[in-house]
Structure formats: structure tokens, C-alpha cells
Design a protein around this ligand. Structure first.
Ligand code: B12
Ligand code: SF4
Ligand code: SF4
Length: 403
């Protein structure tokens, strides 16, 4: 490996990236993405369909592209999973959401990385493009090709050094680099054509642990069933049949990451590029259900959660309340805020609040919600009021029914 490339690697690592690997631009395996789209696994992320051609041909993103620099930022905070001292019914947040928005915090380092490329290789500003999550690039595929990790059956790019806890960024460039080697199969591992699950062996923990059965085919996640999609990307009603499986997950989901045995190698990140936001994980469900727009803006400023906006977070909080509080004492203190939310300005919030009150109060719910129902004109919310009567019968007997 030549000295200039190693100097670049060293300088990008010094900017805060925990992984810096290189790949040559070669043919992109198209089959998996095509299947994923054909099966409708992208849900209503129409942008995934629109940009598929570019994702499969980086030359359409940056004409003349020769290499990819695959970057990783480790965000494992160290210690046990979950936050110490949290009550069992506390809402669960995707781990990455407990930092300032990585789209924003990684960007200055990517700008600096571009300048380093210019300085060491005489590249011009038009000779490279960088992305973190939002560009039309198959970031996991390029990271796999560069040997940063392997593609797990859970769909994640899994690092031998950091487990599942890497956020990715990608630089496409016209500069030609020597390629780093992709990971190799372990000896004794059955040989198959696919590189998905390369180092998974016989393990299927993630497939079994997913509460909504969102990984029907190893490595390919059906976003329509994925809690991460439903609680972050979906901007409307969450399908009733999926709500019980969402459990305590208020924003995103890490279940198929957490159960992975490769996390035993996870080590606390330098997290130079990430700023922890203590306090979010300590919010109680009641506090979240009672958030005002001003308090929401204050607590979630500069975090990824701000993009969800307050009605989206309230919707998710209603689902969590309906799941964790049904039949418990905690349910009592949540009923009053939920009844207030059943009269919220956003129909999406009202719909899920009605669902939650029914889950918690059972047969008493129609009476508790009578005033809200009287005022209701939105067909989707009215459907939530009537769905329970239809499902549980006039007596509302099946209080914990999975609907
Ligand atoms: C759309 C999207 C989602 C969707 C769909 C998820 C999915 N699995 O496809 C939803 C909203 C559900 C989602 C959820 C999450 N996401 Co997301 N998401 C994306 C996004 C924008 C595109 C992913 C995509 O293209 N999917 C389509 C599938 C078919 O493609 P793929 O997963 O990349 O894998 C295929 C290709 O890589 C191809 N392939 C195989 N070999 C090769 C070789 C080469 C050279 C190439 C080019 C391609 C290639 O085949 C693979 C399939 O086997 C990426 C950012 C990006 N631009 O890549 C982030 C990204 C994948 N998400 C990320 C994260 C962190 C998450 C969550 C953990 C968030 C959370 N905690 O809630 C969950 C995890 C869910 C899961 N198990 O995947 C990280 C993953 C980091 C990592 N280490 O893998 C990414 C990379 C964002 C980032 N920059 O860090 N996400
Ligand atoms: S993120 Fe959660 S819901 Fe989505 S595939 Fe993984 S375990 Fe299933
Ligand atoms: S949990 Fe097991 S099957 Fe799933 S990605 Fe990790 S090693 Fe592979």
C-alpha cells in the first residue's frame, strides 16, 4: 500500500472516523436491490425507487468515479444495553438517536476529508462527492466491498471490530486508490454465491428476535413491517396489526442489532464526531405525552428526532402507552393525557390516542372517549373508535386483545 494513501487514511482517522477503507468502483450486484423494490419492501419510500438506477451505477452520481472511501463512526457508548436506572416501562430509543443528529455532526469532518483529498492528491472540488445516509449510494454494499465489515442476515453492515454499532459515510472520488480486501469467509463455513451472512454461520438470532417479522429473507428488511420505518419514516397511521409488536419502541429499533453475537467485539467509541444527548432516554412516557411544541423544540433540538416533529412523536408515544400500560397501575396516570390527545389537532395523533385508551381502559374506554368521539369528523379516527366495538363486542371484554 503506498505511503500517500496511508497518509490519507491516517489523516481521515484523525478527523474522527473509526474506520477508513478503500474500494475500487466495479460492477454493483443489482439483484438484491431489484428484488427489494419489486417486493415492495421500500414501503412508501418512493425516493428509493426513483434513485435505484443511480444507486446501482455510481458513475451516474459522479461521472468518471474510480474509487469509494468507506468511512465508519462507532457509536457504542460502552456498558450494558439500555440506560441504567430506567424503569421497565420506559420508552426505548434507537441508540443513534441519543446523540446529536449524525447527518449534521459528521458533515464538517466530511468537508475536512474532501480538503485533505485536495491537498494530498491535487483533486478539485468536482472530483469527489460525499454522503452520509441521504445520497443515492448503497453505503453498506461499498463498505462491505472495502472490507469494513460483512452484510449480516439482519441487513446490517457488521464490523469485526465494532459489531453493529457503526454509522456509515461514503466518499465517491475520481482519484484511483488501491483497494482494501473484502472480508473472507471463515474456514469451514459453507460456500454459497451470496455474501449475505458471510460470517453469520448457522446463527439466525436476528431473524427470530424481530417482533414484527420484518426480515423475511436474510439481509432484506421489509420496511413495511419494520418498527424503524413505522416509527421514523411513516408519516401517517401505523397499521393496527403492527402496533402491539412495537412494544416500547418510541423511535427506531435496535432489536436485530442488539441480539447479534458480533457485538461482543464492540468497544466504546471515541465518538469524536458524535455528541451524546443525555436526558432523552430519561424522559418518562407521561412527560412525552404531555410535551408542548416549545418543550419539544427545546429537548430535541439538533437531534434526529426533531425531523419526526411533535405529532409524529406523540403518535409513537400513544402506541407505546397502549402497549406498556395495558392492565398496569402505570396505565392510570397515562389515561388523562391520552384523553387530551384524543382531541389533538392532528388526526394521526387522535387515532393512536383512541387506540391506546382502549388498550388501557378496555370496556370503560367508550365512556372516557365520549366527548372526543362526539366532536370527531375524520373518517380514519372514527374508524379507530368503532374498530374496538367491532373487535371486542359491545361489552369490550377482550381488554388485552392484540389489535
Ligand atoms: C432505506 C434505509 C432504511 C430503511 C430500510 C432498511 C434496509 N435494510 O434496507 C429503514 C427505514 C427500515 C431503515 C432502518 C434502519 N436503518 Co437505515 N438506511 C436506509 C438507507 C437510506 C438505504 C438502505 C438501502 O439502500 N436499502 C435497500 C437494501 C436492498 O440495500 P442495502 O441494505 O444497502 O443492502 C444491499 C446492497 O448493499 C447490495 N450489495 C451487496 N453487495 C454489494 C456490493 C457492492 C459493491 C454494492 C454497491 C452493493 C452491494 O445488496 C445488499 C442486500 O443484501 C441507508 C443509507 C444508504 N444510503 O445506504 C440507511 C442505513 C442503512 N441505515 C442505517 C441504520 C443505522 C438503520 C437502523 C439501525 C436505525 C434504527 N436503529 O432504527 C435501522 C436498521 C434496520 C435494518 N435491520 O436494516 C445505517 C446502517 C449502518 C450499518 N452499520 O449498517 C445506514 C447505512 C445509514 C448510515 N449512513 O449510517 N433504514
Ligand atoms: S429494526 Fe426492529 S423491526 Fe426492523 S428488522 Fe430489525 S428487529 Fe425487526
Ligand atoms: S444475529 Fe446472527 S444471523 Fe443475525 S446478523 Fe448477527 S450473526 Fe448474523
Amino acid at each position: 500500500m503506498n505511503a500517500r494513501q496511508e497518509e490519507l487514511r491516517r489523516r481521515l482517522a484523525a478527523l474522527g472516523f473509526d474506520e477508513v477503507r478503500f474500494a475500487r468502483v466495479e460492477a454493483v450486484p443489482a439483484e438484491d436491490l431489484r428484488h427489494w423494490l419489486a417486493w415492495g419492501f421500500h414501503a412508501d419510500m418512493a425516493w428509493m425507487e426513483r434513485t435505484a438506477v443511480k444507486r446501482l451505477d455510481p458513475g451516474l452520481v459522479l461521472p468518471g468515479v474510480r474509487s469509494v472511501i468507506a468511512l465508519g463512526a462507532n457509536y457504542w457508548p460502552g456498558g450494558e444495553a439500555g440506560a441504567p436506572g430506567l424503569k421497565a416501562e420506559a420508552p426505548r430509543w434507537a441508540r443513534y438517536a441519543l446523540y446529536e443528529d449524525y447527518h449534521d455532526t459528521l458533515k464538517p469532518a466530511l468537508v475536512a476529508a474532501g480538503k485533505t483529498l485536495e491537498e494530498l492528491y491535487g483533486a478539485g472540488g468536482a472530483d469527489y462527492r460525499y454522503y452520509v445516509d441521504t445520497g443515492p449510494v448503497l453505503e453498506r454494499g461499498w463498505a462491505e466491498r472495502a472490507g469494513l465489515g460483512f452484510l449480516g442476515k439482519n441487513g446490517m453492515l457488521i464490523s469485526r471490530r465494532f459489531g453493529n454499532w457503526l454509522l456509515l459515510a461514503t466518499i465517491l472520488t475520481r482519484v484511483e486508490f488501491e483497494a482494501d480486501a473484502p472480508l473472507r469467509r471463515q474456514s469451514g463455513e459453507a460456500k454459497t454465491e451470496s455474501r449475505i451472512g458471510l460470517l453469520c454461520g448457522k446463527c439466525t438470532r436476528c431473524l427470530e428476535a424481530c417482533p414484527t417479522e420484518a426480515i423475511p429473507s436474510p439481509g432484506l428488511v421489509d420496511a413495511r413491517r419494520c418498527i424503524s420505518y413505522q416509527t421514523i419514516e411513516n408519516q401517517g397511521i401505523i397499521p393496527r396489526e403492527l402496533r402491539p409488536g412495537i412494544g416500547r419502541h418510541i423511535y427506531g429499533c435496535d432489536i436485530c442489532l442488539e441480539v447479534c453475537p458480533w457485538n461482543r467485539f464492540a468497544r466504546e467509541g471515541r465518538r469524536m464526531l458524535l455528541a451524546a444527548r443525555e436526558g432523552i432516554a430519561a424522559l418518562s412516557l407521561k412527560e412525552i405525552l404531555e410535551l408542548t411544541p416549545a418543550r419539544f423544540a427545546e429537548v430535541f433540538r439538533r437531534t434526529p428526532i426533531k425531523r419526526l416533529k411533535l405529532p409524529g412523536l406523540l403518535r409513537n408515544a400513544c402506541v407505546v402507552a397502549g402497549n406498556v400500560a395495558a392492565g398496569t397501575d402505570a396505565g392510570h396516570e397515562l389515561v388523562a393525557p391520552l384523553i387530551r390527545l384524543a382531541a389533538h389537532a392532528a388526526p394521526m395523533v387522535r387515532a393512536h390516542a383512541v387506540w391506546a385508551v382502549h388498550r388501557i381502559a378496555g370496556a370503560a374506554a367508550p365512556q372516557l372517549l365520549a366527548a372526543a368521539r362526539e366532536e370527531e369528523t375524520d373518517p380514519a379516527v372514527l374508524a379507530e373508535h368503532t374498530a374496538w366495538t367491532a373487535e371486542t363486542g359491545a361489552t369490550g371484554a377482550a381488554r388485552s386483545s392484540a389489535g
